[in-house]
Ligand binder design. Structure first.
Ligand SMILES: NC(=O)c1ccc[n+]([C@@H]2O[C@H](COP(=O)([O-])OP(=O)(O)OC[C@H]3O[C@@H](n4cnc5c(N)ncnc54)[C@H](O)[C@@H]3O)[C@@H](O)[C@H]2O)c1
Length: 334
């Protein structure tokens, strides 16, 4: 039985806690949040103790591992304090939006022998993982083009979340950067990005963009394109398409049902896409937690690492720099 302490019980922390509680060999014993009501609500749902004192959670004998789902700007502190306490860590993405803080954290973390899995949940989505497996198995021959479409449903998230998130490239595109590395099976070495404000004035007010197109090249010459928008009116648009000399493999969008309607208003009309990440990636979040439990219990290293988080952030930084300078940017992972 792996006993979890949940750090941060907001949108995603509450969901993670409930998914942990569904696992036969895991349970949530402690929930910590700055806000008592938030911690208490999640704790009540999963039969755990609530606290507003991080030391109480980290010092508890009945916490074997932590799941960090507090705001991004607290992750580095939470990671290092959890590592000092010797607790295996499942940490939400991104590690931080400041690459210097990530590098410092990396150095300090090296002193601890504590596993850390980073929350790139999309790697565990059965459809996207199916694309990766097909590519790795050589089903399409050498990969030539990878197209990642990743568009959020409107309206924009609340201002407080946007202010804290680090902007489109480092908060949202970072998932696509990780998906690109995962499916390509090699590192992008050059990035070119264009971006725009097309969706809502709040993004420009915060110095951010809401629409982006990115092109990347790997050392072997494969090309990858990512397109992002902060607004669809048809649900969460999440597609990954890999193309090679011997074919194409694609993961399509998900709907609540596959019923198609035919009549005077149109043919083959289907349900809207699943609304957003909680609905679309439920299976992925559960598989991510399952993998963490299995790896920690077996004493094996995590399958998605701190280094994966660092490299995805370096790619997001390169995209941002390319957008700001209107020039291609080479990526150095050293
Ligand atoms: N992997 C994904 O698909 C995904 C999706 C959404 C969010 N996230 C990530 O999860 C993290 C949380 O995002 P969210 O949308 O749940 O945010 P949120 O604002 O809904 O929740 C954050 C929670 O942390 C609490 N909190 C704030 N400061 C804290 C502190 N110092 N200590 C403990 N708790 C604190 C808040 O009270 C709140 O309950 C972010 O890093 C975000 O990037 C990942």
């Amino acid at each position: 039985m792996l006993r979890f302490g949940i750090i941060g019980t907001g949108r995603i922390g509450d969901m993670h806690a409930r998914l942990v509680a569904l696992q036969p060999d895991a349970r949530v014993t402690w929930c910590y949040d700055l806000f008592e009501e938030s911690a208490a609500r999640t704790a009540a749902a999963v039969g755990a103790r609530a606290t507003t004192d991080l030391d109480a959670l980290l010092g508890a004998d009945d916490v074997d591992a932590v799941l960090i789902a507090s705001p991004t700007n607290t992750h580095v502190e939470m990671i290092l304090r959890s590592a000092e306490a010797g607790k295996p860590i499942l940490c939400e993405k991104p590690i931080d939006v400041d690459i210097n803080k990530v590098e410092e954290c990396r150095e300090k973390l090296a002193a601890f022998d504590v596993p850390l899995q980073l929350g790139f949940n999309r790697r565990f989505d059965p459809s996207h993982a199916g694309v990766q497996k097909a590519v790795a198995a050589g089903e399409i021959g050498a990969l030539e083009l990878l197209v990642i479409t990743s568009r959020d449903p409107g309206p924009p998230p609340p201002r407080a979340i946007l202010e804290a998130c680090g902007g489109l490239f480092r908060d949202t595109t970072i998932h696509d950067m990780d998906m690109a590395r995962f499916v390509l099976g090699e590192e992008p070495v050059e990035v070119f990005a264009m971006a725009a404000n097309r969706v809502d004035p709040i993004f420009a007010e915060l110095g951010d963009v809401d629409t982006a197109m990115i092109v990347m090249r790997t050392a072997s010459g494969a090309l990858c394109h990512i397109n992002n928008s902060r607004r669809t009116n048809y649900g969460y648009d999440q597609r990954v398409e890999a193309f090679g000399a011997e074919g194409m493999v694609r993961s399509n969008n998900h709907r609540p049902t596959e019923v198609s309607r035919h009549g005077a208003g149109g043919t083959a009309t289907k349900d809207e896409l699943l609304y957003f990440f909680i609905e679309r990636y439920r299976a992925a979040y559960e598989a991510e937690i399952r993998d963490f439990i299995d790896q920690v219990t077996a004493g094996k290293p995590p399958n998605v690492t701190f280094e994966d988080g660092r490299r995805a952030l370096l790619l997001s930084e390169a995209a941002l720099k390319s957008y700001q300078t209107n020039k291609p940017v080479e990526v150095n992972y050293a």
